[in-house]
Design a protein around this ligand. Structure first.
Ligand SMILES: [Fe+2]
Length: 199
């Protein structure tokens, strides 16, 4: 079942990314897995943060609306994981953080070229500065504050892509609204635990 849902979501993600003019998105699409997709069996696993996924209201005029509704409907049939532990960012963070990988070295759709999935953060959550070898494209689907490198915090509107080059430190902060964001990693170790950067 996880595979069936992942295939449906992959199709919607690809359609969504193709119709947008995000700067740099086409570089990431070059590495997208080709059909027929190679699949692996993954058991579903839920996390506390999924509670907040149901609270997300995407404008029905948004191009991402079909994708988000599908994710909301079938999230409990996917595997939701966490790269960190309580020792890294504390128990409250762990109840407000999780991701699901659709494509990659661990997800239901096999790729050694890219990893793609969704990150979910609960409200009033700070995901501290972290970095990884892979370059990364995020498409936030809700509003949140983002920061990278030595820049100041910036309020980022939904559906405007954010690019992180390899090893640049980045962090996110939510207020009353949870953050749902589509991510794609390319290059480097696609299952790497991020390095935690000093504040
Ligand atoms: Fe990242």
């Amino acid at each position: 079942m996880t595979q069936t849902i992942a295939i449906q979501l992959e199709s919607l993600v690809l359609e969504y990314l193709r119709q947008t003019n995000h700067q740099g998105v086409h570089n990431f699409l070059e590495n997208w897995p080709t059909k027929p997709l190679q699949l692996r069996h993954i058991s579903s696993k839920e996390l506390a943060v999924l509670h907040y996924l149901r609270d997300i209201n995407i404008n029905t005029n948004s191009k991402a609306s079909t994708l988000v509704q599908k994710l909301q409907k079938y999230a409990d049939r996917l595997y939701w994981g966490q790269t960190y532990s309580k020792q890294d960012f504390g128990a409250i963070f762990m109840n407000n953080y999780g991701w699901t990988e659709l494509i990659g070295t661990r997800g239901p759709i096999v790729s050694n070229e890219i990893a793609c999935g969704f990150l979910l953060l609960g409200p009033n959550t700070h995901y501290p500065g972290h970095s990884h070898e892979a370059e990364e494209l995020y498409v936030p689907l809700t509003q949140a504050q983002w920061k990278q490198g030595g820049e100041n915090w910036q309020l980022r509107e939904p559906e405007l892509a954010i690019y992180h080059k390899s090893w640049v430190s980045h962090s996110m902060k939510t207020s009353s609204e949870p953050l749902l964001a589509l991510y794609i990693w390319r290059g480097g170790d696609l299952a790497q635990k991020s390095f935690i950067n000093p504040p």
